[in-house]
Write a protein that binds this ligand. Structure first.
Ligand SMILES: [Fe+2]
Ligand SMILES: [Fe+2]
Length: 180
């Protein structure tokens, strides 16, 4: 694997998103424990999930929506399965956008000492995020990414990595490898 391959980078992002989905399930079990050590750990984990999903999720959606998908659409006569999957992936990006802020607000509540939180609300928001994300990641990995590897010219791959790198340097001066 090379850090100059944009599809490898996108797959790495997916792995980090899946990890966070598992961490969210762990946070829910800690909340059910009700003891102070578990709640402190849940608060720390909640802060880390906000950092990773909020920051990486935003950049990753731009990597796909502004860098990968438009290049794939430029390929002449795309197979119908790929066009349909691209349409669906783009729609998913819009439908997930109201789901994350709900969960993010609950995670913030968790990081505040003595913040009250409904475990039921947390579970609902966590499952909603999971149900939106997992099939979306699968669709991209099964259809969109392999199509990109087959159909996008190698020269465009280098441009894509450059764009993704610039995107990370614009607001924060963060290196692509340090914060995927
Ligand atoms: Fe996506
Ligand atoms: Fe993705």
């Amino acid at each position: 694997m090379t850090d100059r391959d944009p599809i490898d980078l996108l797959v790495q992002h997916h792995a980090r998103v899946r990890e966070q989905i598992d961490v969210l399930a762990g946070i829910e079990s800690r909340l059910q424990d009700h003891d102070s050590a578990s709640l402190e750990l849940a608060a720390r984990e909640a802060g880390a999930v906000i950092d990773v999903l909020g920051h990486l999720g935003h950049l990753h959606a731009l990597d796909e929506g502004e860098t990968l998908f438009p290049r794939l659409r430029l390929v002449g006569s795309l197979p119908r399965e790929v066009t349909v999957s691209l349409d669906r992936a783009e729609r998913d990006h819009h439908t997930v956008s109201p789901v994350w802020p709900v969960l993010q607000r609950l995670l913030w509540q968790l990081t505040v000492p003595d913040g009250t939180l409904s475990i039921r609300d947390f579970r609902e928001a966590r499952l909603s995020l999971k149900e939106h994300y997992l099939p979306h990641l699968e669709l991209e990995e099964q259809i969109v990414f392999p199509a990109a590897r087959r159909l996008i010219a190698p020269g465009a791959f280098l441009e894509m990595v450059d764009e993704m790198t610039r995107r990370r340097r614009e607001p924060h001066g963060v290196d692509l490898v340090a914060v995927p």
